[in-house]
Design a protein around this ligand. Structure first.
Ligand SMILES: Nc1ncnc2c1ncn2[C@@H]1O[C@H](COP(=O)(O)OP(=O)(O)OP(=O)(O)O)[C@@H](O)[C@H]1O
Ligand SMILES: [Mg+2]
Length: 384
């Protein structure tokens, strides 16, 4: 026999495997008919008969099954009672029972519709018993494809969770790395430059030779330039301005932005002394920084407003520009990571980010962080 393999919903069907079917049927004769109907199938069937609800429950609990075929009306119970009994079984069976098909001499249309509504896979009249193989096959295929979808969905959710964890990890390791480089720049390069500065100042004070004085002075100028550069680098790596609090740091970012871009930028802070963990301050600072960078790169804005508040126990930071606005699809650009990174950063301190925009009117980036007692301290080490 040629064992054809066909696909349903992308799933190959294995025709060599034996199909184990439980037949809930009180008539031995009808069971023989069903067995006979399945004989001509391409599949090999193993049909077991039970006729009481107790033996049905015992069988489903102990035997692996590919499908259940049940008469509708049995002595003292119906197929629906068996279906319900199946659902009161331990987890696996209740959540993912095998396909259940009613094979009945006479099932009224409303009973059949009811049965299918309850989740029963299909029903077949005994007069059409020659179609039993086809009906079982279809039910198994639907069941398999549903199961495959559940597995695929779970895999997808798992890999999304992992990706979010990885991004979160990367964000905090970037901050740790920055802090380490900042320490090196400050202690090593900064220390050496200061020492050289003192030596040059000594030469300028004590040298009588005009040529040496000239060289020492130009070296001093270059040195001043190098000190300025290392302070700038330091500032970007680890904003010392945060030592003066988030409001001061945001104000500093705003005035630096205004100076560089000539775009009017106003800061409104409801409370000067917002008391926040370092981690939250850093997230808010980086959010402002990225939002302002985006405004200078993309918005073509003529004004920017920054609002900072800690009303009702939630830190809210809103950076709004009066610019060209953005379309939500722009946030999914393959090589744009700024706003995606901000979403992940917000999560590291138990917060979230909203982006709202109207074309031609402008864009708002809103960071919200609930300031529950203890939470901010808990996250403090993560971003430092
Ligand atoms: N304030 C804004 N006004 C108008 N468009 C914006 C604004 N902010 C972001 N966008 C749009 O949203 C896109 C995504 O921004 P995002 O910060 O994620 O990436 P990027 O700035 O392009 O690159 P990256 O931040 O990775 O260097 C931008 O490319 C831009 O098209
Ligand atoms: Mg950006």
């Amino acid at each position: 026999m040629v064992r054809a393999v066909h696909a349903f919903a992308g799933l190959p069907v294995n025709k060599t495997a034996i199909r184990r079917v439980l037949h809930l049927e009180d008539s031995r004769f009808d069971h023989e008919l069903a067995t006979f109907a399945l004989k001509s199938s391409d599949f090999q069937y193993e049909l077991s008969r039970v006729e009481t609800l107790e033996s049905f429950v015992e069988h489903v609990q102990t035997q692996p099954l590919d499908a259940i075929v049940a008469d509708y009306r049995l002595p003292g119970f119906t197929a629906i009672d068996a279906w319900n009994a199946l659902h009161s079984q331990p987890k696996g069976l209740a959540v993912n029972p095998p396909p259940f098909i009613i094979l009945s001499g006479a099932i009224g249309e409303s009973a059949a519709v009811d049965a299918v509504k309850q989740g029963i896979s299909d029903y077949l009249l005994k007069d059409d018993i020659t179609k039993l193989d086809h009906v079982i096959s279809r039910a198994i295929e639907v069941h398999e494809s549903r199961r495959a979808k559940v597995i695929a969905d779970a895999e997808l959710a798992k890999s999304e969770r992992r990706l979010a964890e990885l991004t979160e990890y990367l964000q905090s390791s970037i901050e740790q790395e920055r802090a380490a480089i900042a320490r090196e720049v400050h202690d090593d390069i900064g220390g050496s430059l200061t020492a050289v500065k003192f030596d040059l100042a000594w030469i300028v004070r004590n040298s009588k030779d005009p040529a040496s004085l000239d060289h020492a002075r130009s070296a001093s100028e270059m040195l001043q330039h190098a000190i300025g550069a290392s302070q700038r680098i330091l500032h970007n790596l680890r904003p010392a301005i945060l030592e003066q609090g988030l409001v001061a740091a945001v104000q500093w970012l705003a005035s630096d932005f205004e100076r560089r871009t000539n775009v009017r930028t106003t800061v409104h802070a409801a409370n000067e002394a917002v008391n926040l963990s370092k981690a939250i301050q850093l997230v808010a600072y980086r959010t402002t920084q990225e939002a302002l960078t985006n405004i200078s790169k993309h918005a073509e804005a003529n004004a920017v407003m920054i609002d900072l508040s800690d009303a009702e126990g939630v830190l809210t930071l809103e950076i709004t520009d009066k610019g060209k606005g953005l379309d939500k699809t722009e946030l999914d650009k393959p090589k744009a990571f700024g706003i995606r990174g901000l979403h992940e950063r917000a999560k590291t301190v138990g917060g979230w980010l909203d982006v709202s925009s109207r074309p031609g009117v402008g864009t708002s980036i809103i960071l919200s962080v609930p300031l529950k007692a203890g939470l901010s301290d808990y996250h403090a080490e993560v971003a430092e």
